[in-house]
Design a protein around this ligand. Structure first.
Ligand code: RAM
Length: 902
């Protein structure tokens, strides 16, 4: 087959309308079944709407680059539409046909492009600010004369908004503009609304809610109005007539405001909606009815108006209930069979004035909704019927909940299964990673990781989606980023989040320490001291993205933030004899041995964790500096890494190779981050880790810091069977314990639900926290054997480590070059390894036998290993002679379906 090139992608955009880059980089994939295919050269042409060539590369460019290739044309101005197409030559000088043309259009790149001003309803002098504020309707009627060629709506809000034009919603974005560090950056979106408009009267409207801007955020009661106390809308509709003239309709004092049916709509507490107060046709031409008042103009937002770099939040699927239960207390509860993030959509017929209450929870306890884990989030929607004779439908506007169960009170009669569905919301990222194996419980674990990512990638990478928190905790994403970047294309979304991290960090008084949560919504000055892992996110997250997506530009953009934090580390180390000694560290947060009320009381010393991560951070920084052409800095960071390593070995490692904290996380860190100077120490530490794990009866004993590392540490220490034994353990605590308890997402705590079905008495009992799901990275790379050996998957590493009771495993990933796969199947002593290597990449292959590492080109590959054996299964625990036999029950041999035991 002749090589075919896909339509190029602009930057990381799935929908390149209103992009903010004036020199967007281009990426393309080549599809071919020619084995060993490599690109030798490319040519890019830029075209206009009619396909006429505007420019491009100067003929063909001798290069194998196909990912984020520099823009081959002049800088784009605002509102510019441009097409691009690509063709390539292979190493045999065979040309591909031209790719299809992909079009992109810039948004408003210059602040001066905005003539609109933010508008808000006039404050009501009599009543003072309502708490919480109702959703406001804003509208403006205007006339258009003559045929319309095209129209764009550029829009954002201080708050959350939903635009409507002539009675129809514009676009499908939810909770726009999402949550950024509004003081620094406010994202706007651009919509093609050509089809919405007509000659004559038109009406542009928007619903405006509090959202993250002024709604309550944070735990312990949280705070309101963190960014401001006046939600406002900023909209600019630009119409181009067929004759080339233009007309702009922008938010200004000609707009009008009214309240509507949503009396409040809050992220944590939910929405209260009285359908009797609806204003039919409020955003359509004609008389909008009474009660409209003028608006006031506010000053321009403090933060820069920026185009998004990632996708918006959308409704991505709906789920029907799998069961309708009556609880012991007599409530009707719908079970959606999956812990998810979103909200309900109901269809109901009943009398006007009746109120239906919808409460949400992730689990049941004693047969009722378990509400305690939500802490101070009411997560309750109330809908009062209008009594429409044909029935009515309702989905809340500006809230979301984390739930599997929903209690429905006040329904006229009983809801039938089709009356209520769950609408799943998250950032509309493209799915790029898959894993399956012969063990159903592990497959469910992997599915739980995927669902956990969906629910916690709702514009901001959050710790959890349900309680009075839902914050961009930096440590959580620091450990989960490699897994995230495999499962979904989160390059654009996390790239944007990192801009916020940098903005928050660099404008703090010290300019060095990233906040614990981004956007920073914690009370001022909290916390006083920096925390390893959390602060290291400034380096670990960009690095994970660089490895996955090959975006060197991202490193360049983040350099100031990355080096800001690394230089701060350097100062700590210089001050205190080569080590960072913190007063307090979150450290190996949620070590399962930590008491419920003291989640930071881990077995591994916080300083040990901090310095291990400091060495890793310094080492990454040395690589980044070298890559960005900063040899001086590279040398300095290499020295820093060396100094921390030496001091670490001095302080925390015995000459024989034992660690000051004799705990799983300590050994995992030391082994994975190369903190053991001698071969003898490494060998001993590996053996000691195995001993500790066997002594623990293969139960997990790591928190946030150690969990992503322990299976790799065991694998590298030559004990993959021990890693498998841990993976397959079902007793509490373990990865599969929650699965056997019916979990459909990854829990915050290993024992968020106790074996007796009650909820852990601690405060941290989210049932949807992705951090401990970081083990999926090991499933992909080691169990299935699919990993990247060079940034952006330009080179793959196929290195499966079959083991445990697994008879097959397989992973696939849509790399920037195309789909890659790796997997294996075992029949007795014969092991068949398969791999798919995308065009324009190579792979190093390490088979699980004595065959030395070798290299292959693109295409489908099969390798057979004869006489394959693994050490005896199951590995034996180290038992104290008086321990109970139950403690060491073997892992499941045949698995179950992970069915619901709740
Ligand atoms: C909790 C969060 C998060 C963690 C912090 C330290 O409140 O849920 O997961 O990063 O604490």
């Amino acid at each position: 087959m002749q090589a075919k090139v896909t339509a190029p992608v602009f930057e990381h955009h799935r929908e390149p309308l209103g992009i903010g880059e004036s020199r967007p980089r281009l990426s393309w994939r080549t599809e071919t079944d020619t084995p060993g295919w490599r690109q030798a050269a490319y040519q890019i042409e830029l075209v206009d709407d009619t396909g006429a060539v505007l420019g491009g590369t100067d003929g063909r460019v001798e290069s194998d680059a196909s990912v984020l290739v520099p823009w081959p044309g002049p800088e784009l101005a605002s509102r510019t539409r441009v097409g691009a197409r690509v063709r390539v030559w292979d190493t045999g000088n065979r040309a591909s046909p031209w790719s299809p043309v992909a079009y992109a259009e810039t948004g408003l790149l210059d602040p001066a492009d905005w003539t609109a001003r933010p508008i808000a309803p006039r404050p009501d002098p009599g009543t003072g600010p309502a708490r919480p504020r109702p959703v406001v309707l804003l509208r403006r009627s205007f006339r258009l004369h003559g045929p319309i060629a095209s129209a764009r709506l550029h829009i954002t809000a201080l708050g959350v908004f939903q635009p409507e034009l002539n009675g129809r919603p514009v676009g499908a974005d939810v909770l726009a503009p999402g949550w950024s560090s509004y003081h620094h950056r406010l994202r706007y979106s651009t919509h093609d609304v050509t089809e919405h408009l007509r000659q004559g009267e038109n009406v542009l409207g928007a619903l405006l809610g509090e959202g993250w801007y002024s709604g309550r955020l944070g735990f312990h009661g949280g705070r309101r109005d963190i960014y401001g106390d006046r939600p406002a809308l900023l909209a600019q509709l630009e119409v181009r007539y067929a004759d080339g003239t233009t007309r702009t309709v922008a938010t200004d004092t000609r707009w009008q405001a009214a309240t509507g049916p949503a009396l409040r709509s809050e992220l944590y507490d939910g929405e209260e909606y009285d359908a009797r107060l609806e204003r039919p046709g409020w955003s359509a031409p004609g008389d909008p009815g009474p009660g409209w008042t003028p608006v006031v103009e506010l000053g321009m937002p403090r933060g820069a108006l920026v185009a998004p770099t990632g996708p918006p939040v959308r409704r991505t699927r709906t789920l029907a209930p799998v069961r309708i239960l009556t609880t012991p207390a007599g409530h009707t509860v719908l079970d959606f069979g999956q812990n998810l993030v979103g909200r309900l959509r109901i269809r109901v017929r009943g009398e006007a004035g009746r109120t239906i209450t919808l409460r949400h929870a992730e689990v049941l306890e004693h047969g009722e909704l378990a509400l305690r884990p939500l802490r101070q989030a009411a997560a309750t929607d109330r809908y009062t019927l209008s009594g429409a004779p044909g029935g009515e439908t309702y989905e809340p506007l500006f809230t979301f909940h984390g739930f599997r169960y929903a209690q429905v009170d006040g329904w006229p009669g009983e809801p039938a299964p089709g009356d209520v569905e769950a609408v799943v919301l998250h950032t509309a990222m493209e799915r790029t990673g898959w894993f399956t194996c012969s063990e159903p419980l592990v497959n469910r674990l992997h599915a739980n990781v995927v669902w956990g990512m969906r629910g916690n990638f709702l514009d901001v990478p959050t710790d959890c989606p349900q309680r009075d928190e839902r914050l961009g905790w930096t440590g959580d994403i620091a450990v989960f980023a490699p897994t995230a970047a495999f499962l979904f294309d989160c390059s654009g979304m996390l790239g944007s989040w990192l801009r916020d991290l940098a903005a928050e960090q660099l404008t703090r008084p010290d300019g060095a320490i990233p906040p614990l949560v981004v956007p920073d919504a914690l009370p001022e000055g909290f916390p006083a001291a920096p925390n390893a892992v959390w602060a290291d996110s400034a380096v670990l997250v960009p690095w994970a993205l660089y490895r996955a997506f090959g975006d060197e530009g991202l490193l360049r953009t983040q350099w100031e933030s990355m080096s800001g934090w690394a230089d701060e580390l350097e100062r700590y180390v210089a001050r205190d004899g080569g080590l960072w000694r913190g007063e307090f560290q979150l450290g190996d947060w949620l070590d399962p041995a930590a008491p419920p009320d003291r989640p930071g009381d881990a077995r591994t010393d916080g300083d040990l964790v901090a310095n291990a991560y400091a060495a890793r951070t310094a080492e990454i920084m040395a690589e980044v500096a070298a890559l960005l052409g900063e040899p001086g800095h590279a040398e300095r960071y290499t020295r820093l890494a060396g100094r921390v390593r030496a001091a670490f070995a001095d302080e925390f490692v015995t000459p024989g190779g034992l660690l000051a904290s004799d705990a799983q996380t300590a050994y995992a860190l030391a082994l994975r981050f190369a903190l053991l100077p001698t071969g003898r120490q490494r060998e001993r530490a590996g053996r000691r880790l195995v001993e500790i794990v066997r002594r623990a009866g293969f139960r997990i004993a790591t928190g946030f810091a150690g969990t992503p590392l322990i299976c790799d540490a065991l694998t590298e220490a030559g004990a993959p069977q021990i890693a498998y034994r841990m993976l397959l353990e079902t007793g509490c605590p373990s990865w599969l314990y929650p699965v056997t308890m019916g979990a459909t997402t990854v829990w915050e705590r290993w024992d968020a639900m106790l074996p007796d079905g009650t909820v852990n008495p601690g405060e941290m009992t989210s049932f949807n926290h992705y951090a401990l799901g970081a083990v999926a990275d090991w499933l992909h790379r080691a169990v299935a054997g699919l990993g990247e050996a060079a940034p952006g998957w330009k080179r793959l590493r196929i290195a499966p480590v079959p083991g445990g009771t697994l008879t097959h495993a397989h992973a696939a990933h849509l790399t920037p070059y195309g789909r890659a796969e790796a997997g294996w199947e075992r029949h007795g002593g014969t092991l068949t390894v398969t791999a798919v290597v995308p065009p324009n990449t190579t792979a190093e292959v390490q088979l699980p036998d004595a065959t030395p590492l070798f290299e292959v080109g693109s295409g489908h590959h099969t390798f057979t290993v004869h006489g394959f054996t693994t050490p005896a299964w199951p590995p034996q625990p180290l038992r104290h002679p008086f321990s109970s036999p139950e403690e060491n029950a073997p892992a499941p041999e045949d698995g179950g379906d992970g069915g619901d035991r709740r």
